[in-house]
Design a protein around this ligand. Sequence first.
Ligand SMILES: Cc1cc2nc3c(=O)[nH]c(=O)nc-3n(C[C@H](O)[C@H](O)[C@H](O)COP(=O)(O)OP(=O)(O)OC[C@H]3O[C@@H](n4cnc5c(N)ncnc54)[C@H](O)[C@@H]3O)c2cc1C
Ligand code: FES
Length: 509
Amino acid sequence: MNDVEKLDLKRGVAIARIPDHGKLSGVVDGEDVLVVRRGAELFAIGAHCTHYHGPLADGLVVGDTVRCPWHHACFSLRTGEALRAPALDSVDCWRVERLGDTVFVREKLSLSVPKRATNAPSSVVIVGGGAAGLAAADMLRREGYAGPLTIVSADDSPPVDRPNLSKDYLAGTAQEDWVPLRSPDYYRERKIDLLLNSRVSSLDTKRKQILVENGKAIEFGALLLATGADPVHLPIAGATESQVHYLRTFRDSKRIIAKTASARRVLVVGASFIGLEVAASLSTRGISVDVVAPGGQPLERIMGAEVGLFIRKLHEAHGVTFHLGETVRQVSGRTVTLTGGTNLDVDFLVLGVGVRPSLALAEQAGLAIDRGISVNEYLETSVAGIFAAGDAARWPDPNTGERIRVEHWVVAERQGQVAAKNIVGARQKFDAVPFFWSQHYDVAINYVGHAENWDAVEIDGSLDARDCAVTYKKGERTLAVVTISRDLQSLQAEAGMEAELLSPKRQVA
Ligand SMILES: Cc1cc2nc3c(=O)[nH]c(=O)nc-3n(C[C@H](O)[C@H](O)[C@H](O)COP(=O)(O)OP(=O)(O)OC[C@H]3O[C@@H](n4cnc5c(N)ncnc54)[C@H](O)[C@@H]3O)c2cc1C
Ligand code: FES
């Protein structure tokens, strides 16, 4: 539909055009607006998600919220507030009036009511300038925390859209200025002190103080550890430092891009999500890509052999060559020899062989560690007033009943948000259903839930047609659902798992 054909909601529409729990798209003064009906209630909000502009008209209404079909951000229909990451900014709201059988969308509302934190630590320090760290700082200010707030980050750039570093930015289809999550003004306006190039070397839990490598000591009232994870480094016999690349930071991505200017062939070591996204992005740049990995099908351990085979075929169709069941034996000049004996002439290697949670600080401080920083359901560590969130944290997941640690952008941000609320006294449990997405060429793969092992995989639709929902089950229980081109089904699966958690049967269990 072009602008000329869009429905002018100011002029009024018949109520019959908006089914109960349904949505209607239109425009108000040139802005795209979505009207949602819930029984007698009517809401009008901005039609595009503030994360990547996803169409909320294709999302799911759950209670008085609407969820974005692309990466599951959640907005309040009443206030427009971005209740759950990955969107951090609210959408606009308009006043709706019903006169008889006609619904009119009137003027834009100004609904932001300043909140007041119930508990205000003397200061809050966040170690880590990534997904969890920024989302926490953002939420602290949203929740009305007005005290001193510092993010201490070892990165040399302000918090960035890390998932983009292996996708559009690396492929050359996203501009550099899209990568920072926030502008410098954002930190200034919210009085967030952002210390970059600052690695925290020690934490004294008794004195409530951290020490930065440059010697600076910072005291805190409450602390959030959001130290993320570091790429696993593999020794590659014969390779020089400049031949081997890892990808975690903005700087890493820029270094790879700089190399692509003169590169013709690249070897990706590891068929991980990051390895494969790098393969896709470099192929998009016209570079010939080989992938070597020790396992069977790519990502088989995470999504099973069927999805793994689909992903392999997708990459092969774009010219990527796989060398599965082997690894690198040695490098000599430009020649990489694989364990199966194949020699490849490559310009450089990118290693995507997994990450390890960054635990050094927590270990040094004597916090409880359990293959991650151990936190309770409120994301508080073994020391009161010290919280942990994101890739580094292992938490009791009520959905699986297990203590889990994941490496998902949305989970890290949502944990940062919940930790922030708890720092200011909310006592909110972290019970979100894990979600992640991955992009390979024009195929987006969404994953909800968490399945480390399963006893049945059910495929509804067709992987080859790129239109399916793959369900991972243990007994009767759905543990996780992967979808391709079925965004609504992914949202429904998430809502279903949330409902399951609240069901009396699970409560008793
Ligand atoms: C290239 C790439 C693509 C990805 N794509 C996706 C995707 O498509 N979907 C998805 O769900 N997930 C994706 N992920 C994973 C996602 O980015 C992570 O799960 C998420 O960033 C974790 O957030 P975090 O805040 O825990 O850690 P991070 O975002 O890694 O932030 C950690 C921060 O801690 C800092 N730090 C660590 N130790 C110290 C210290 N001692 N002192 C000071 N600072 C310290 C680091 O410098 C960094 O700023 C991707 C990751 C990468 C690298
Ligand atoms: S575009 Fe809406 S969550 Fe990403």
